[in-house]
Ligand binder design. Structure first.
Ligand SMILES: [Zn+2]
Length: 475
């Protein structure tokens, strides 16, 4: 954003003129692609601006070819764009058009179509996530869309597949929506009759799948795939951040039978890895170092790493700040005082229900016990020690210069540490003025208002005695 002013001259009628003036003054500007008018005619002032900006002035009839041209030029640009924006130039007209609740009426965006490609669905598999949700995924013949090769595309759920009437062997068109996530847009050529059907049983553990809303879930908590993803999640960067312990190492630990639940990361014998090709002593030492570092992660991390639905870092922090500093306190609150939790900001009935469902499970209870025995931090620490309230209720202003407190913010820090308040100007609410040498108008004002004036020496004494200057020793 920028502000322009033209002393003694009329303001530019719109961005076009403003940009031209800026360019004339030597500023680098990003000129529009083109200016459009109904018949391609422009006023002399506008024509001058267009010339200055090296910008084309064209008629509305040129709009379609212009969009086509820009679409073709897109890959040659040095930056990524996802569309074009058309704006009314005249500021007066913008004013008149105004805005709806959501957007101005004087600008409209044209989004380029997502890059697309056609390919054949070779296989549909289902993946079981750490929460048990089962997601169908299509493996397709590799196809390049928007510059990257796509082999796997999520199919979300049975409803999505039915909407497409998709089956294995069909030719589909694939786009990269927002140019990132590949998505199946439609079946282009139906080569296999019928629609692919979800399996009735979990491919990982054979349990009968359960439908919840649009999605299918594996109800077996011991399901090997769920377990695997829970372990990978727990060790992941945004959770316990166990360095040097990525998915491949987790898989190796599982296959050796060393790790069954997250607590095992902290107790298992990593020397057993030395027998596995690719795991030298150096690598194993790095893994152990990562585990030791993670063992000291704060409780809020431990809590969110459990992967309880809805229990992210924000909610975990909120619960801890509300005084629920360990698992027992959380469990007690969920079991006996759920209404209090519902009243926390941003926490509703639904959230509390999913916390109950997640945290009160016997399996989570057992895991918490194991993690405690493994020496993890299972209680949130107060950020400071016990609160020092020696100066509680006092309001300080600090002025002048000091021998021991340079800069004087150091003195202010001492006041804040003792629960006093610090203000920048003396007023009727000020209780103390800490006056160093060279104190001027603030000292006079304090004296006229009857505010206690404290010297550096008295202040130092008050700090060591932990009492408000001019008052008796507080207990
Ligand atoms: Zn399963």
């Amino acid at each position: 954003a920028f502000f322009l002013s033209w002393p003694g001259q009329p303001l530019p009628s719109g961005p076009l003129e403003a940009l031209a003036s800026l360019k004339a003054l030597g500023f680098p500007v990003n000129a529009p692609v083109a200016a459009l008018s109904p018949d391609g005619q422009f006023t002399p002032v506008q024509r001058h601006a267009l010339e200055m900006l090296n910008c084309r002035g064209v008629s509305y009839a040129t709009l379609a070819p212009l969009v086509e041209e820009q679409t073709l030029q897109r890959p040659t640009l040095d930056w990524d764009i996802d569309g074009l924006v058309f704006k009314v130039d005249a500021l007066a007209l913008r004013e008149e058009l105004g805005a709806t609740e959501h957007h101005p009426r004087w600008a409209v965006a044209y989004k380029f179509e997502s890059p697309q490609g056609e390919t054949k669905v070779e296989e549909i598999t289902v993946q079981v996530g750490r929460t048990g949700r089962v997601t169908p995924v299509a493996r397709v013949a590799p196809v390049v869309v928007g510059g990257s090769t796509i082999t796997f595309v999520t199919l979300h759920n049975q409803g999505f597949i039915e909407g497409l009437e998709l089956n294995i062997g069909d030719v589909v068109s694939i786009s990269r929506r927002g140019d990132v996530i590949p998505a199946v847009e439609r079946v282009v050529e139906k080569l296999t009759p019928g629609t692919w059907q979800f399996p009735d049983f979990c491919p990982a553990c054979g349990s009968c799948l359960r439908k919840e809303g649009a999605h299918a879930f594996c109800p077996q908590p011991d399901c090997p795939d769920q377990k695997r993803f829970r372990l990978i999640f727990f060790a992941g960067k945004d959770q316990m951040d166990i360095e040097n312990l990525g998915p491949e190492t987790v898989d190796t630990l599982i296959s050796l039978g060393l790790v069954n639940d997250p607590a095992d990361f902290f107790t298992c014998d990593y020397d057993k890895l030395l027998d596995v090709p690719g795991f030298g002593p150096k690598k194993v030492d790095l893994i152990r170092a990562g585990v030791e570092k993670a063992r000291k992660q704060p409780f809020v991390r431990v809590l969110t790493s459990l992967g309880i639905p809805d229990l992210g870092p924000k909610l975990a922090q909120l619960l801890i700040e509300s005084g629920l500093k360990n698992y027992l306190a959380l469990r007690d609150a969920l079991e006996n005082r759920a209404e209090e939790l519902i009243n926390l900001p941003g926490v509703g009935e639904r959230t509390v229900e999913s916390l109950k469902l997640g945290l009160l499970k016997p399996s989570v209870n057992r895991l918490i016990e194991k993690l405690t025995r493994a020496g993890l931090v299972m209680e949130a620490q107060s950020p400071r020690g016990p609160e020092n309230t020696a100066f509680a209720g006092t309001v300080w202003c600090v002025t002048g210069s000091f021998e021991k407190f340079q800069p004087r913010a150091l003195a202010e820090e001492e006041i804040l540490k003792r629960s006093g308040r610090v203000v920048s100007a003396v007023s009727g609410a000020t209780t103390h003025l800490l006056a160093g040498s060279g104190a001027g108008s603030k000292l006079q004002k304090a004296q006229s208002l009857g505010v206690s004036v404290v010297s550096e020496q008295d202040f130092l004494t008050a700090l060591t005695q932990q009492r408000i200057p001019g008052q008796g020793v507080s207990s």
